[in-house]
Ligand binder design. Sequence first.
Ligand code: ZN
Ligand code: ZN
Ligand code: FE
Length: 750
Amino acid sequence: MKTRIAARILGRVQGVGFRPTVYRYATELGLAGFVRNDSQGVAIEVEGDEEVVGQFFSELTLHPPRQAQIADIKTQVLPAAGYNGFQVVESQPTESAQLAIPPDLALCDDCLREVRGSGDRRFRYAFTNCTNCGPRFTIIRDLPYDRARTSMADFTMCPACEHEYHEPRNRRFEAQPNACPVCGPNLVLQTAGGTGLTEKPVEAAQRLLQRGRIVAVKGLGGYHLACDAFSAEIVARLRSRKNRPGKPFAVMFRDLAELKRHCVVSEAEEAELLSAARPIVVLRRAANSMLARNISPDTDTIGAFLPYTPVHHLLLEAFPALVMTSANVTDEPIVSKEAELDRIFGGIADAALFHDREIVHKCDDSVIRVVNGQRQFLRRGRGYVPGALRIAEGSPAVLAVGGELKNTFCVVRDGQAYPSQHIGDLKDFQTLEYFQGEIDEWHRLLRTRPVVIAHDLHPEYLSTKYAQRLADVKLVGVQHHHAHIASVMAEHGLHEPVIGVALDGTGYGPDGTVWGGEFMVADREDFERVAHFKLYPLPGGDKAVEEPWRMATSVMFTEELPVHHRGAALIERMIAADFHVPLTSSAGRLFDAVGAILGLGNVANYEAEVAIRLEAAANPAITDSYSIEIMGRPRPWIVNFGPAIRELVAERKAGVPTSVIAAKFHNTVAAAVLQVCRYIRGQRGLNVVALSGGVFQNELLFKRTVELLQSRLFKVFTNTAVPVNDGGLALGQAAVALARTTASGRSKCA
Ligand code: ZN
Ligand code: ZN
Ligand code: FE
C-alpha cells in the first residue's frame, strides 16, 4: 500500500552529512520525495510502499551518519502527493525556531588518506575536509549553517569542488568548507619581521622547529605555539618567553602509537583521544617517556592530544610529538587573527604558519580527563561547543554571565542551555572584550534576546558588573556554590532537594566571609547552608591565593602551632589587627596551607600549584586519615580540621614521609565529606549527593570521596558536561534563574 510520511528530525543533524545519507537510502529503496535542512533540523518527505518507507526510517535511525545525533523524530502521515524521484531541496533561512550549530570536527580517515595519497588532487592539501570532518563553529558567521554564511564564503569553489558539493552521492555533498588547492585557503610561513613564504611553508616550519625555534601555528579556534617536546632547554625557553613558569603544556603526538610510548592510555581514554572532538586528555606519563620533564614539572601527567587538522598531520610527519600550547600572552585570550600576530612575534614566537581562512569564533582546545570511566571537563571548548543541553521544558530566554576566572557564559533558549566556550580571566581587558563580543554573537546566531540575566553575587566580578549594565532585563543573583551544585542538578535532570557538597577555591558569601568548603541542602531555586569548613583568616585576600605560605601561617597561628616562616610575624600582626584578613571556609585554601606546611612550595606560579603538588605527592595506597570534629549547634555545623592539622604537623616533625601525610590529609577531607553527608541524611532523609567546585579537580580527593559515599549507599552525581571549576558556574546560574522565574511554588529547602 502506498503511503507518504513527513518527518522532522531534531538533534545534531546539520553539517554532518545527513541529507546525502537520506538521499542515498531513499534512492536505494526507490522512494520519492525530498529532504531539506530547516531551522529546526532536517525535514523529510518520503512516498512509496508502506513497508519500504518503514524500512527507510529504520535504516536511517539504525545507521545515521557518523557525526549525527538524532534527538527526536516526529512523523506525520499525509495524503499521497505523487512525487517524482527524490530531491535534496535548498535550505530556507527562517528567523524563528531552534538552530543547531555543529561543533568543529577532527579530520576524518577518508580525508587523511587523500592528504597522504600522492595521486590525489588533495595530496598534502592543508584544508581538506568533507561532511564528516572539518571546521564548523569556528567559521560560522550566521545561521543556518551554509557556506555563504561562513568564512569559506571568501573562497569561490572551482568546478571540481563545485561538482562534489552538488553531487548527493559524493562525500562532499554540501560540505560547506569544501576546498582544494585550486580554490581554497593557502598556507603561509612568516618569520618575525620577514616576508611571507608560500612555497613549501610546512617544510620551512619543520626546519625552524628542528632548529629549536618556536613557531605559532594557526589551527581551528586560534593559534598554537609549537616547539620541540624532547628538549628541556627549548621548553624552558618557551616557558620564559610566555612567562609561564610551571603550568603544564599540552603535547600533540603524531599518532596513537607514538602517544602510547609516552602515556598510559585506558580504553575509555583512547576513545576520547580518537573522538571527532579530539580533546586534550590528561594522561599518566609513561615511566620511560623521554619527553622533556619540564612540560609538566609538578605532576606525572601529560596533557596529550592527536592531530585534528591536515596542517597538524603534515607538520607532525617530521616529529613524533610537539609541544602545542595556546598562543597567548599570560591571561589574554588565544590569538586568532593575523592582525594580532605582532603580540606574539618577537617576544614569543620566531615564526608563524598561518592561512587566509578567517577564524570567526576563537575557541580554545578542550581539556578532559577520564575518572571512574567518565569524562570530566577541565576546560570545555573546541569540539564540544556549541553543544546544548535541555534543562527545562520551554522557558524565558536567559543569559547567565558566569564567574570571573575561567569564565564561560550560558545562553538558554526554549529550555535548551548553550554553555559557551572557555572565555578566560575577565580581569584581562581583551578577554573582557572577547566575553562581550561572544555574548552578542551567540544571541545573534541563536536569534534570541535575554529577558533574565543570572550572575554571581560577587559585586566586584566583572561579569556581575556587565550584567548590571544591561537594560530591560530581570537580574537574578546566584550564590557561587549554589550555582556549582545547580550545575550538577541541571546536567542530570535533578529537581528534588539534594545534599550539595561544593569544595572550591573562593566564592562570595552573603555573610561577609569568603566561602569555599560548603555543604548545603539545595534544589534549583534555593539552598540552605548546613555545614561549612572551619573559618580561617585569609591574610591579604587574593594575595593569599598566590602565596600559600600566608594561608599556612594563618592556619598554624589559629591552631596555636609554632610558625617559622620569615613573613610569619607580619601575618600574625595582620590577623591580630584584623587588617585586610577576611575569614574563609575555602577548601582550596586548606589544601594550599597543608601543601605549604609540608614544604611543597610557598608561592603558586599558576592556580593551585601547591595543592597540585600535594596531590602529586600523596601515596594512594595509604588509607589512614587524621581526626576531625564536627561542631556547632544550631546549624551551620563547622567542620573543624584543627585536630588533623595538629596531628599532621606532629607527624612531619617525627619524620613521617610527605607521601604518607599528603595521602592521609586527602583521606581526611573525604572522610569529613562522608560524615557530614551522613548527618544530613540522618536529619533530612536525603540520599542524593551532588559534588562540584574546583577542588574536585583533585582526582585523588574526588575518587576517595565518591568511593566513601558510594560505600555508604549514597547516590553521587558530579559534572560531566561542564567543568566542576568556575567554567561550570554559568550553567548552574542559568538553572537557578530559570527555577526562580518559572517557580511553581516555594523552594522545598529554604
Ligand atoms: Zn573528511
Ligand atoms: Zn576546488
Ligand atoms: Fe567556584
